[in-house]
Design a binder for this molecule. Structure first.
Ligand code: NDP
Length: 327
């Protein structure tokens, strides 16, 4: 088996030389352990944070040890009760082709009639982020005007569709004409190409009455533009700020003071705050999926070798929908 390790902590945008694909010793199973052949590996923006040696809500990756991340695979050997070869499971021992661990580290995939990799995207962590960020954190309601950035990504494209399915007006933003067109095809009422001009101006045109909810995936100019057009008592769900993950330059927030006059509530959140509600999430999302109200798109790289390329693509917009690696 082989696994990607982090050999150097990246400065700025990670480079290929920060990663190494190394052979792992074949380990016999101990009692209670399971061996899984990984079929799908996830790359996610939060992994950039784990590459820094700083205290955060997830510990940093250790140098020269296999990296971790979401993965879906098939059990190929089991010395644990209740888990049999052939079973498909979700787990966090990604960035490698084979995972070995205690049975408790592997969660059988719920049967929602969806393909297994959906549990790394719309029916998994990014989907839960979108769903609870929108409905629980931002408390978005039918009739609200919702603005979401990185709307062609895994989280953002789900926010667009859940918001539409729940009767909201949705404005998305994405980079480039092709992504803009795709987000529109998902049902967004208006889509901004943030690479084509001023976001503040475009958002003002798309939402002349202002916005009730901002779902932030980007930070920086997007957050500032959302502040410029926030209606009184707007709710901001601060989900991510990918604009700053690779740099340390301070962002200028020209409209920050509007938080005050408009009594805007902004809440940071971590998807794991909502994990206890997974059953509710699967019930509601599974029904929307079955009703044809959700489309889940994937950008797929092939082979374990492609992990760093796929990961780096997140920062240059190389994905539409969920970025995945097929092993
Ligand atoms: P995406 O699938 O959205 O991939 C990242 C996308 O971000 C790219 O495709 C690119 O699209 C866009 N992007 C990259 N750099 C910039 C930039 N400088 N300015 C504007 N857009 C940029 O990733 P996810 O859906 O997995 O994650 C989206 C956000 O949600 C991230 O910020 C992530 O950290 C956050 N998140 C937070 C969680 C939480 O618990 N709080 C859980 C999961 C995710 P484009 O071509 O349009 O630029």
């Amino acid at each position: 088996p082989r696994a990607w390790t982090l050999v150097a902590r990246p400065q700025g945008t990670p480079r290929q030389s920060d990663f190494a694909l190394v052979d792992q010793p074949a380990t016999p199973l101990e009692d209670g352990q399971v061996r899984v052949a990984n079929r799908w590996l996830s790359v996610d923006p939060y992994m950039r944070g784990r590459m820094n040696d700083v205290k955060s809500y997830v510990p940093p990756f250790k140098l020269d040890a296999p990296m971790e991340g979401g993965a879906v695979g098939e059990v190929i050997e089991s010395r644990a009760e209740g888990i049999e070869p052939g079973q498909w499971v979700l787990h966090m021992l990604g960035w490698r082709d084979e995972a070995v661990g205690p049975a408790a580290a592997f969660t059988p995939l719920p049967d929602l009639g969806a393909p297994p990799q959906a549990f790394l995207g719309q029916l998994g962590m990014p989907g839960m982020t979108a769903y609870f960020g929108l409905l629980a954190v931002a408390e978005a309601k039918p009739g609200d005007t919702v603005f979401v950035s990185a709307a062609a990504g895994a989280v953002g494209s789900t926010v667009v569709q859940v918001a539409k399915a729940k009767g909201m007006t949705v404005i998305g933003s994405a980079g480039g004409a092709e992504k803009v067109e795709w987000v529109r095809s998902l049902g967004a009422d208006a889509v901004i190409d943030y690479k084509a001009g001023s976001i503040v101006k475009a958002l003002g045109e798309a939402a002349p009455e202002g916005i009730d909810v901002y779902f932030d995936n980007v930070g920086g100019d997007h957050l500032d533009a959302a502040l410029a057009h926030a209606r009184p008592r707007a709710r901001f769900a601060i989900c991510g700020m990918i604009d700053v993950y690779n740099d340390a330059k301070p962002t200028q927030l020209k409209y920050l003071a509007r938080l005050i006059g408009n009594r805007v509530t902004m809440r940071g959140f971590i998807v794991s705050d909502h994990m206890g509600r997974a059953a509710e999430f699967h019930r509601d999302m599974g029904a929307m999926l079955a009703d044809g109200k959700l489309r889940s798109e994937e950008t797929v790289h092939d082979g374990l070798e492609a992990m760093p390329d796929a990961f780096l693509g997140l920062f240059s917009g190389g994905n539409r929908g969920k970025m995945l690696v097929r092993v």
